[in-house]
Design a protein around this ligand. Structure first.
Ligand SMILES: Nc1ncnc2c1ncn2[C@@H]1O[C@H](COP(=O)(O)OP(=O)(O)OP(=O)(O)O)[C@@H](O)[C@H]1O
Length: 323
């Protein structure tokens, strides 16, 4: 467990972390989110004892970081995958870390195996791709077999197979009873991986909630309808539905249940090619939750979804029905 109480950190006039209190609990993946400059990295640095707070406390497993006898056995972190000596092999990088932290050298082989780098561990880390460096960084975080893991953008640079692998690994680590903190800007990934979310803006807590409850703040759900009949929207409207066209084809329908739409199609002998629930995405909810806490706004004409009205929103992506 990782507990923050009244945590505050100032850099001159900037209050990077502002009286932040929250608990990252074991057994689940907690997404740690916030717009640029929200204070996420500073919070992680404070949690790792790499910065000193101006006020408040951080406790790892009930103890202050400075009171931990062997910090890497309690908390493992991936902050910057590039922070490896380029001339050292992946294996030697981990061996040096193990030696410096009085960890058994046998762990090096185990973590290399777990992250799938055993075959290339003899190569100079400088020749590693970003994805391989991410895996090496995760291996380093796992070296002390810690109960708490803090991972900052662990999927940055990974290909789809690598992303799926990290997702499975994080879920596995949480299932082992560890506290897994995942900081990422990739909302789709967060939506697929996190159980719980802690959202901050301008150093302050905005939300501490399950992913499901956070997604429930989204705009009312509609039903995405596609049919082989351009006249169907008129029928839907006549039956009392509110219908909006989706740029990618089809209509988003509010105010009519799915069975009613199905029955209408049947009586008119219209073939439905899609009838699926559509709910707001994590990205949409995140943007509206943090809108007033964003330091940086631009005026670029980002594509605006006709359905959500949210820049870059994906109008036809159906949400995870079970969440
Ligand atoms: N060493 C520093 N000196 C001065 N100001 C800093 C320092 N580190 C961070 N800040 C400021 O503190 C605030 C929080 O920064 P931080 O990097 O923690 O945010 P973040 O949420 O990690 O942002 P991002 O998503 O862009 O990485 C920002 O306003 C930043 O400019």
């Amino acid at each position: 467990m990782l507990e923050l109480r009244g945590l505050t950190k100032r850099y001159g006039d900037v209050t990077a972390v502002d009286d932040l209190s929250c608990v990252f609990r074991p057994g689940r993946v907690t997404g740690f989110l916030g717009p640029n400059g929200a204070g996420k990295t500073t919070t992680l640095l404070l949690a790792l004892g790499l910065q000193r707070p101006d006020a408040g406390t951080v406790r790892v497993g009930g103890r202050r970081y400075t009171a931990l006898d062997a910090p890497m056995r309690e908390v493992g972190a991936l902050l910057d995958a590039q922070a490896v000596h380029p001339n050292r092999s992946g294996r030697d990088h981990l061996r040096a870390l193990a030696a410096g932290n009085r960890l058994p050298v046998a762990r090096v082989g185990e973590v290399l195996e777990r992250v799938g780098l055993s075959a290339v561990a003899g190569r100079r880390a400088g020749t590693f791709s970003l994805g391989m460096k991410q895996r090496l960084g995760i291996a380093a975080a796992l070296l002390g077999d810690p109960a708490v893991l803090l991972l900052d953008e662990p999927i940055n640079g990974l290909d789809p197979g690598g992303i799926a692998w990290v997702r499975a690994l994080l879920r596995e680590l949480a299932a082992e009873g560890r506290t897994v903190v995942l900081s990422s800007h990739l909302m789709s990934e967060m939506e697929q991986t996190a159980d719980h979310l802690i959202v901050i803006g301008r150093g302050r807590l905005i939300a501490d909630t399950s992913l499901t409850a956070f997604l429930d703040r989204a705009a009312p759900a509609g039903l995405l309808v596609r049919a082989e009949d351009p006249g169907f929207p008129a029928a839907l409207s006549a039956a009392g539905g509110s219908v909006r066209e989706v740029p990618e084809g089809g209509w988003l329908v509010f105010g009519l249940p799915a069975y009613e739409i199905g029955r209408l199609a049947l009586t008119r002998r219209i073939v439905l090619t899609e009838l699926s629930p559509r709910r707001g995405s994590l990205e949409e909810v995140f943007m509206s939750a943090t809108a007033s806490s964003t330091d940086f706004t631009g005026h670029a004409s980002a594509p605006v979804s006709a359905v959500s009205g949210v820049p870059g929103g994906d109008p036809v992506r159906s949400a995870r029905g079970s969440r």
